[in-house]
Design a protein. Structure first.
Lengths: 114, 317
């Protein structure tokens, strides 16, 4: 049993050291696979962005009212209550304790004065 | 080590469901229930203020997140995978099903759901091909395009967990395993879900509801977010009724699991909590009544592995 296993390991190692010559078609396939892999990797970066399709489901856990996605700050905003929920690594954090208070009205008034 | 085990057994005797074994235990058990009225709750066999439980549970799962899957495999000898497969078979989702998986941080249910939907879809296509042999190239290319953009039939699964660390592990796993379409991750509390009313066809919670501070509130929220006709499915540890199996199970739970926890994760306490919290969770019938109280109809349960776990099911009609 062990002998068998070590033999297969050895033959695998040999295969790695001296790979058989691939026909051109196989090479092309490998190239294509490599291209696909790199495009997959690009795809993996995408999920960091917020998927706005989620807005169809998401509401503020407190008021159960719809939210607005603010792209510049990466937050989900409940205008009525003046709370902003952060989106970290593409995952919205909908825990009220994690939310930020925004004093929109106060800011508006300030901007009027200046 | 011996002292640890001794302490564990000592606590086991006066623990929640073990209250049924000894009168001392029963006294403590009802005591804990009385305290619950004064806004206290159990964290394992400890009685803690309700406000502390969430924090404590958070710490437990934060601590175990990275090794959660290895621990599940080693503690249940891999059986948790079968339990989760059975849950999916009970759900039997079709292409188009909208699923909310609560407390599903590491994605075990969500990934199974996606695989199930895909295989259902393939089956449907095969059936179609059988019924009419001439499928146009346009139809074939369309089916591939659909597959690449989203899950068949527009199925979606939203994984909601209160614990960021568990979600992080799940999301990494998803990228690694190649699940991305129709899958979303949200940090949220089961007691105040950040989802609109009547949105989901199925709500699942697997090994999660035990850790929620107010189970009744979590059930009400489940009811709210489900569409009329939607189904609630809960996979959770339950009560073993066979006395011999129960004895062996207790021995294993209290003597082996915390030791495994110490060896694999380096965290005895978290796994001590795990086994204690299992004993404190209401038994099958009691939990069934809670689900009915939330408004669900046709509530049923199925015991798996002699009642070590049970699947409760209910409908919003």
């Amino acid at each position: 049993m062990q002998g068998n296993a070590s033999r297969t390991v050895r033959s695998l190692l040999q295969l790695c050291q001296h790979p058989p010559a691939f026909p051109a078609a196989a090479n092309r396939w490998f190239h294509a696979a490599a291209v696909r892999l790199s495009s997959d990797r690009q795809g993996q970066e995408q999920p960091k962005a917020f998927d706005s399709a989620l807005l169809e489901f998401l509401v503020c856990p407190l008021s159960k009212k719809p939210l607005r996605y603010e792209e510049s700050t990466k937050e989900l905003i409940n205008e009525e209550l003046g709370i902003a929920y952060p989106i970290i690594d593409g995952i919205p954090n909908m825990i009220p304790e994690a939310a930020r208070m925004i004093h929109r009205k106060a800011q508006d008034e300030e901007s009027k004065h200046t | 080590m011996a002292a640890f085990i001794g302490a564990a057994v000592g606590r086991a005797v006066c623990g929640c469901r073990h209250g049924q074994l000894s009168s001392v235990g029963r006294g403590l058990f009802s005591g804990a229930r009385c305290l619950a009225a004064e806004r206290e709750t159990h964290f394992g066999f400890q009685t803690v203020p309700e406000t502390d439980k969430g924090e404590k549970v958070y710490q437990v799962f934060e601590s175990v997140a990275k090794k959660y899957d290895i621990m599940n495999d080693s503690m249940s000898l891999g059986i948790h995978r079968l339990w989760k497969d059975i849950l999916l078979h009970q759900m039997n989702p079709y292409p188009g099903t909208q699923l909310l998986d609560v407390a599903g941080g590491t994605g075990d249910i969500a990934f199974r759901f996606i695989s199930y939907i895909r295989s259902q879809w393939e089956h449907q296509i095969k059936q179609k091909l059988k019924s009419h042999q001439n499928v146009s190239w346009q139809e074939i290319s369309k089916s591939y395009q659909e597959e690449e953009l989203k899950l068949p039939g527009g199925s979606q699964v939203v994984v909601c967990d209160i614990n960021k660390e568990m979600l992080k592990v799940g999301k990494q796993k998803a990228q690694h395993l190649g699940y991305s379409e129709g899958l979303a991750w949200v940090v949220g509390n089961a007691e105040e879900l950040p989802f609109n009313d009547n949105k989901f066809d199925v709500y699942t919670i697997a090994f999660g509801i035990r850790n929620v501070t107010h189970i009744d509130q979590a059930l009400q929220e489940a009811y709210r977010v489900l569409k009329p006709g939607g189904r609630f499915l809960c996979l959770e540890f339950s009560q073993v009724n066979n006395p011999i199996i129960s004895r062996l199970y207790d021995l294993y739970s209290f003597q082996v699991i915390p030791v495994l926890g110490e060896i694999i994760v380096g965290d005895w306490k978290s796994y001590q909590y795990l086994v204690e919290s299992i004993r404190c969770f209401p038994a099958q019938e009691e939990f069934k009544a809670l689900i009915e109280d939330a408004g669900f109809l046709k509530v049923e349960y199925q015991n798996l592995t002699s009642g070590i776990v049970a699947i409760h099911s209910g409908f919003k009609l």
